[in-house]
Design a protein. Sequence first.
Length: 502
Amino acid sequence: MNWLELKSGSDVRGRACGDGAVITEEVARALGMAFVNKLSRESGKPAREITVALGRDSRITGPKLLEAAAEGIRRMGATSVNFGLCTTPAMFMCIITPGFEPDGSIMITASHHPWDRNGLKFFTKRGGIESKEVEALLTEAQELSAAPGEETGRAEEKAFLPVYTEQLAQRIRQGLHTDAELPLQGIHIVVDAGNGAGGFYADMLARLGADTQGSQFLEPDGMFPNHIPNPENPDAIASLRNAVLHSGADLGVIFDTDCDRAAVADANGQEINRNRLIALISGILLERIPGATVVTDSVTSTGLRKYIEKRGGVHYRFKRGYRNVIDEAVRLNQEGTPCPLAIETSGHAALQENHFLDDGMYLVTVLIVKAMEMKHQGKHLSSLIADLEEPVESAEIRLNILEKDFRPRGQEAIQRVLDRTESCASWHLAPDNREGVRVLFDLDGKEESGWFLVRLSVHDPVIPINCESDVPGGVRKMLSELLAVLDGIQGIDLAPLKKACE
C-alpha cells in the first residue's frame, strides 16, 4: 500500500474496519512515531521531552486507534496524554491552554463520514498541519512502520473536555456582558449531536439556564444509528427541524461527529446552513466590525454577496477547502485588511477572535449569544437574514473523470469553458473568479441573474458544477449551453450534465 493514498486534504482518512481497512493500528502507531519526530525537529527538543495529547470521536474504532497512536508516541520516548472522547477544536485549544500545553495533539476522527471510516488530524502550536506536512508525515511513517521498538515514554490520562466546555460557557457570559449563574434562562435550545462527540453541549446550555428539552442523540454511539452526523445531510437537518417544531424551541443546533462543523434551525424549523449560515454570522460580525471582509469558498451565491455588501462588508470568494479560506483570511489580515471570518458553505467556520480555529461549536456559541440578546428584544435570530435573496433554482452536478491521470483531462475541460467565456458576449467571467471558471449570465434581461461554476476537485477525479438562477428555467438554459461546450470531450462522464438538461 502506498501510504500517501491515505491523505485527504490536510487529514489522514480511510476505511478503518472490515474488508479493505487501510486505517489500521499499524498506520496509527507509525504516524504517532513520525509526529513525535516532526515535533522534535521543529522545537529542537529531544523526543523524551515531547508531549502529545490524543482525543477521539465516538467511532467504534476510535479507542484502539488512539491507543495505537499513543503507543507509537511512547516508542519514541515521548509522553502520550489520553483525553478520551473529545472534539477536534478542543484538541487545538489544549495546546494554548495553561496547565495543558502539549507540543502537539492528534484527533482520531473521520468527521461526518460513515461509521466504518476513521482518520487522524494533527495539530501544533501553529494550528492544524497543512497538506504538504501530511504528505511528509505519511512518507516518514511508512518508513518507520517496519522499525522494531519498545515503549520508553510515559502514558498519562487527563480530562480536557470540561475545560473546553468552560471556555465556551465563558464566551456566552462575556458575549452577554454578565457573570450571572444562569445567563441563558428564558431561551429554549434543542441540541442534536448525532451520537457524535458533542452531546455535552446540551448539558452546558442547561447549566447556564437554557431549556434543552427535545435535545436528541446526545449519547455517543459510533454506529450513528439515528442519522448521519452531518449538518449538510437532508435527513439530519430534517430530524433537527422536527425536533425544534415538536418541542417549540427557539433554536436548534446540530453538529458533525467531531464538532468542527455545525448548522442551526430557527423556531419555524427553517434550516440555517450553507449561504444562510454564512449570512447570519457575517451580519452579526459586521455589526461589530463595519467594513470588514468575509472570506468564503467559491460556490457561495450572488444573494450572499449582495447581503454582505448591503451591510457595508466585502465578500471575498476564494477556493474550496477550509484550510484555503482560513489561510487566505489570515493573509488578508496580515496585509492590513480586517477579516474576522473564514467560512465554507459546508459549515466549516473560523473566527479571528477564536484563533481562526475551525470550530462549529464556537460558531454556534456566538449565534446563541445573539439569539439570547434578540430574545430579550422579542425578536428571532432568523430575522437578521430576512432580506437574504435566495435563488429560484439551484443545482450541483459532479462529472466523473474516467482516466487515472485525471488532472490533465479536468484542466482541458476547464480551459474549454474559459475559452468560451472569453469569446462569447453573453458569458461574463466573474470579477472574483479565483477557482475554476465562474460565469455570470443576464437571464430574462435581469443583470447577473444566474451563474455557474466549473472547477476541478482538489483531491478527487471529479469536476463539480454549481449553478444558480434567479429566474425559472435558468439553470437548464445555462447548463445546456455548458453541455454544448463540453460535449464530445473524451474521458469525462457527461451523463449527469445531460440528465440535468432534459
